[in-house]
Design a protein around this ligand. Structure first.
Ligand SMILES: [Zn+2]
Length: 441
């Protein structure tokens, strides 16, 4: 509680107004506050990634749980405020706050003004909150829900802000940031580092299961490494049965990393794991129906395209019971799939915006031109009980300023006035001088 009040004083919270002007709030009988909100983010997960996962697991497309006809599927744009291809920081900020911002920024506007996140709003409403991710917990996506800073690389500040938000459960990588466990203990956290400790049942839990990011699904050891599915089950159990409900952000964060690497095997297995996670949450919702569950991506990574020349056999991973055998089968099947990456970075394609369950259906029953800022709008409508299904407003896109943005490649050029060039001249002249003196002797 103390930390929340402190945060309120320190941070100038700008109340989101993004859709209030354009929407007539329906005060009729559908007005009912939604108890729980769950946002599952596949970092870098495009539609092709889902197709890849489906081909590996089931031998045909559209067989993943996330591709089921039962779900409410939309597409959304993710461009950052100057219309550039977004990064995870600006896109997660857009989803967490409803405001479009510049790439690299965490929970702040273009001018670095902090804006309230959906997690902070839920905390202030007396809900429990949780963050689960397969990345370092200070990574851009989780950070944008619980911190405010002009640069995603301000890791120490992000760490300090995140531990002081009053979040009830954080399960992630990023052990390297916990330099002093006593800081966590003083904030009433139980700090856990192994999957055996997942049965810990204190009010607040902070789990870091790897030094940096969690291991890839393709590489992890089942007996000791944490997986997205089991961390999600723990978070659901921890946050369930709370009178006021909860907000939970879960991220499959390594789909993006695999996409940057152009590693089809890692991409496929990360997608299959996030699909299993979505199914687990769906099944949990059967007894917790007053829940908004959204599955989204922050952007696509890799420009992945799936071809038609697959050489798929009939031996599906589900034919195996042992986890290692099942994984070996998945890895073999990836090699049978015709797929190519067209980029080693983020790609400007529309990404999935999937709603699951009755609440999502009532909030998303119109086909709209969705943008990532609308993820906030939909969650905010659920939080405030404004069950309206008109289209939320598009993301703000500003004209790009005329100045040349900083380009890291400029560092490598030897300009006439660069310190490196002047240093080179100095060295050369002293060598020539030496040579001249020697030749005089
Ligand atoms: Zn990325």
């Amino acid at each position: 509680m103390k930390s929340k009040e402190l945060l309120m004083i320190i941070i100038i919270i700008v109340t989101p107004i993004s859709f209030s002007q354009s929407v007539i709030i329906n005060q009729s009988s559908n007005q009912q506050e939604v108890k729980n909100i769950i946002l599952l983010i596949g970092d870098g997960m495009g539609f092709s990634h889902l197709e890849l996962g489906s081909l590996v697991e089931y031998g045909n497309n559209n067989s993943l749980f996330l591709q089921s006809n039962l779900l409410f599927q939309q597409k959304m744009s993710t461009n950052e405020i100057y219309g550039d291809i977004t990064d995870s920081a600006s896109s997660a900020t857009a989803m967490a706050t409803g405001y479009n911002t510049r790439m690299g920024k965490i929970g702040v506007l273009l001018n670095d003004t902090p804006v309230q996140t959906i997690l902070e709003k839920a905390e202030l409403m007396g809900k429990k909150t949780g963050i689960v991710t397969t990345t370092d917990f200070t990574h851009a996506t989780p950070a944008a829900f619980a911190a405010h800073t002009s640069n995603r690389e301000h890791k120490e500040s992000i760490y300090q802000q995140m531990i002081n938000q009053g979040i009830e459960i954080i399960l992630a990588g990023g052990q390297r940031w916990i330099s002093d466990v006593n800081t966590l203990i003083n904030l009433n956290y139980s700090h856990i580092t192994t999957i055996d400790e997942l049965d810990t049942n204190t009010d607040k839990i902070f789990g870091t299961f790897n030094w940096n990011h969690l291991e890839y699904e393709s590489d992890l050891q089942y007996s000791q490494d944490a997986r997205l599915t089991e961390l999600t089950v723990k978070a659901l159990n921890h946050l369930s049965n709370q009178e006021n409900g909860f907000f939970l952000m879960i991220e499959g964060g390594r789909i993006d990393h695999a996409g940057h690497e152009g590693n089809l095997t890692r991409n496929a297995l990360e997608v299959i794991e996030i699909d299993r996670t979505a199914k687990i949450i769906h099944d949990w919702m059967l007894s917790n129906p007053n829940t908004l569950f959204l599955v989204v991506a922050d952007h696509e990574t890799g420009g992945l395209t799936i071809g038609n020349n697959h050489i798929l056999d009939d031996n599906l991973p589900s034919n195996f019971i042992n986890l290692e055998d099942m994984r070996d089968r998945r890895i073999d099947r990836v090699a049978q799939i015709d797929a190519t990456y067209s980029s080693s970075s983020h790609f400007p394609w529309l990404v999935p915006l999937i709603g699951i369950g009755e609440v999502a259906n009532s909030l998303m029953s119109m086909t709209c031109s969705y943008s990532n800022t609308n993820v906030f709008d939909i969650m905010n409508r659920a939080l405030t009980g404004n069950i309206i299904n008109d289209c939320p407003p598009p993301a703000e896109i500003l004209p790009k300023p005329t100045y040349q943005p900083y380009s890291p490649t400029d560092d490598n050029k030897l300009s006439l006035f660069s310190p490196l060039f002047l240093f080179a001249i100095l060295v050369l002249s002293s060598r020539l001088k030496k040579r001249f003196n020697l030749s005089q002797l």
